[in-house]
Design a protein around this ligand. Sequence first.
Ligand SMILES: Nc1ncnc2c1ncn2[C@@H]1O[C@H](COP(=O)(O)OP(=O)(O)OP(=O)(O)O)[C@@H](O)[C@H]1O
Ligand SMILES: [Mg+2]
Length: 465
Amino acid sequence: MFRQQKIILVHEDLNTSEHVTAYFRQKNCSITCYQSTEAVLNDCKDGKTDWNFIISDFLSSDIVEEDFKKTVKSISPEASIIRLPHFPIKSKAQEPFVQESFNFLKQDIDFNQLQKLIEMELKNKKEVANSAAAKVNYLYKDIIGQSPAFIAALLVAERVAQSKASIFISGESGTGKEVFANYIHSGNQNKKGKFVAINCSAIPEQLLESELFGHAKGSFTGAIEKKIGLFEEAENGSLFLDEIGDLSLPLQAKLLRVLQERKIRRVGENKFRPINCRIISATHKNIESLIQQNLFREDLFFRLNVIPINLPPLRDRKEDIVPLAQFFLKKICTESHIDRKCFSNEAVQYLMQNSWRGNVRELENSVERAAIMSSKHEITLDNFMPLGSQLKLDKSIETEQVINQNCFSLKCNHETLPSLELVIHKYIEYAVNANNGQRDKTAKEIGIDRKTLYKRIKKEPVVLN
Ligand SMILES: Nc1ncnc2c1ncn2[C@@H]1O[C@H](COP(=O)(O)OP(=O)(O)OP(=O)(O)O)[C@@H](O)[C@H]1O
Ligand SMILES: [Mg+2]
């Protein structure tokens, strides 16, 4: 049942790895062996996630099993991670899968149990794949997201792509409203026309009318030539009216008429021309509140809002953050002709914890800046901080005073608080430095066990001044 699966085995012992490899090869699976979970994480962060299962006994793991699982899942939520099962008591009779030739190896892996675990996992995956979310048919390859809220919005977009119904996309600035509008347009297999977009807030009112509906030659000063409007340009395609909440009331009235009658009249002409395009509109403003304040016509809203799609802010769909960040990082490296980079664990933690008030746009800009700022393969937390305000101990505070008060200062000019892990790490780094690198003395001074300190430093090395 589990033929052709791509498996990663993490085991310190090469003999065991050979043994398990032979077993999976018999089953026509491809298997790659790693000696440490750290090495797997590094490849994961480099975007190498072309596998279905990670199998490890986690006994020789440098990283705590739960932390490893959490990090892998944040990068690749589809990942299946299985703990290599062992027999409670070693017995040859319990090794039916092991061929004669391997019997000399002192192995106690319960292959029966392993097969069951994999089969159970495959069954679960199949069930998930049959669920609505997995039915999303990705039409537009540059749209990234896997959170339930994002998938739900994609499903609506796909369902309505073939229809002509007007679509109203709401969401904070930078949530991807224009990306979605494009996605809907590209998903319409019957479209013959173009995707035409206009930002209603960026164009002065008089000009906007002629932009939308076109004008006749000489209809106003400056109209040297006749011009077709965007409604006509989007014939058999889609017209995207961005920032519709900023449309003036007189233009709202004109737009309402156009939508009711499905025909337009160019400025300075008497002739009516039929229109045939799908209207997609969007705003980051609260349209209901604009209606209440009589700044937006309710009747126009009803016309535009046949199919509503809401894009939640990024902070409410955290599952999308890492895939989006990796997508942008890959894009930036390719465009800038630089070697592929990856995010450090701390950087991934920061990405997940930041509030991203500017949503996907802010994330994209931050990743771009961090990729440029980092001179190394790995993008670290510092690369995300604004220039000159890197996350570090504030040395302007007198050391004496800091130690006396049993505290230290962490300078962070960012909107979100640093994680507790980071504060602990920075404190340990500070304390080790204050003790001239003497770890035992440091452990004693800050009141933790020597082993705990060593373990922490091994996990996240400290920088000595
Ligand atoms: N799901 C996504 N996948 C890939 N890129 C995305 C996604 N969502 C947004 N982006 C990127 O984020 C940036 C902002 O997206 P977009 O312009 O569509 O946002 P918006 O909601 O229209 O913002 P505004 O309200 O400010 O006009 C763009 O560079 C876009 O390519
Ligand atoms: Mg927009």
